[in-house]
Design a protein around this ligand. Structure first.
Ligand code: NAG
Ligand code: NAG
Ligand code: NAG
Ligand code: NAG
Ligand code: NAG
Length: 253
């Protein structure tokens, strides 16, 4: 009787592995379902200034890339100048952060569903290369802010984010004592500080030279594979395989 089950089990194993393959490709070359993202990545030869590295394959439109360079972009009516003018050396990191957020098609492994009015999905724990985070922090130490989480808690009564009453404008270093505090705290853990370095293929680069291609493609492939390989083996698959094996042994015995 038992041997009759073997084809069924093999079919189950095969189906499971097909599901894994499917999951893996679904995590690659995708755009998040959020406020300004395109539904699919594609070429955008008119991307603006700091967003141009993504022009071969982007989730942002040219107008989005243009808008996010403005001091108060109409994308979110959000300003980094909420404690006076941010220094340009610091501001460029926020523009780059925005370009990565809006344009990158390589953040699929870190997309999570959310229950927010303005977007259906977000990024969570994107492993940011340590140098990119470190440099961001160093260049912003002397700029000013009034909050250590920029997602929540602003006073929006004027239509633009303002410091809520009870907060004080102080240096970034006060609100973000370490690079990790900045990169991880700023957008509610959208980023995680990676211990990997730029060029390792194991962390996402906010900055890259497109002449060498987009280094984040390989990073996404690595984490997509790790994720989908990790999904089943701890659960269904080894169970099915050992069942199949046991049945073989029963047949022999
Ligand atoms: C932002 O404001 C600064 C200072 O007022 C100005 O020099 C800069 O050109 C502005 N940037 C943009 C993109 O409007
Ligand atoms: C930003 O403000 C402008 C002008 O007040 C308004 O037309 C626009 O709808 C606002 N955009 C967002 C995203 O709130
Ligand atoms: C999302 O929010 C709505 C309204 O607040 C709530 O009814 C719903 O249960 C929430 N869904 C999840 C998945 O949290
Ligand atoms: C929000 O800002 C307005 C001025 O723009 C101020 O009158 C109000 O008290 C502030 N509210 C809070 C909760 O900070
Ligand atoms: C990063 O940390 C992980 C886990 O702690 C470790 O396995 C890995 O070797 C570290 N990588 C580098 C480049 O230090």
């Amino acid at each position: 009787m038992a041997w009759r089950l073997i084809p069924l089990l093999l079919l189950l194993v095969w189906t499971a592995s097909m599901c894994r393959a499917r999951t893996r490709t679904d995590l690659l070359n995708v755009c998040m379902d959020a406020k300004h993202h395109k539904t699919k990545p594609g070429p955008e030869d008119k991307l603006h200034d700091q967003c141009t590295p993504w022009k071969e394959k982007a989730c942002c439109s040219a107008s989005t890339s243009q808008e996010l360079h403005k001091n108060i972009s109409l994308l979110y009516n959000f300003t980094v100048d909420h404690c006076g003018k941010m220094e340009p050396a610091c501001k460029r990191h926020f523009i780059q952060d925005n370009c990565l957020y809006e344009c990158s098609p390589n953040l699929g492994p870190w997309i999570q569903e959310v229950n927010q009015s303005w977007r259906k999905e977000r990024f969570l724990h994107v492993p940011l290369c340590k140098e990119d985070c470190q440099r961001w922090w160093e260049d912003c130490r002397t700029s000013y802010t009034c909050k250590s989480n920029w997602h929540r808690g602003w006073n929006w009564t004027s239509g633009i984010n303002q410091c809520p009453t009870g907060t004080t404008c102080r240096t970034f270093e006060t609100y973000f004592p370490t690079p990790a505090a900045l990169c991880e705290g700023l957008w509610s853990h959208s980023y995680k500080l990676s211990n990997y370095s730029r060029g390792s293929g194991r962390c996402i680069q906010m900055w890259f030279d497109p002449a060498q291609g987009n280094p984040n493609e390989e990073v996404a492939r690595f984490y997509a594979q790790a994720r989908s390989a990790g999904a089943l083996p701890r659960g269904l698959e080894p169970l099915l395989l050992s069942l199949a094996l046991m049945q073989q042994l029963w047949l022999l015995g």
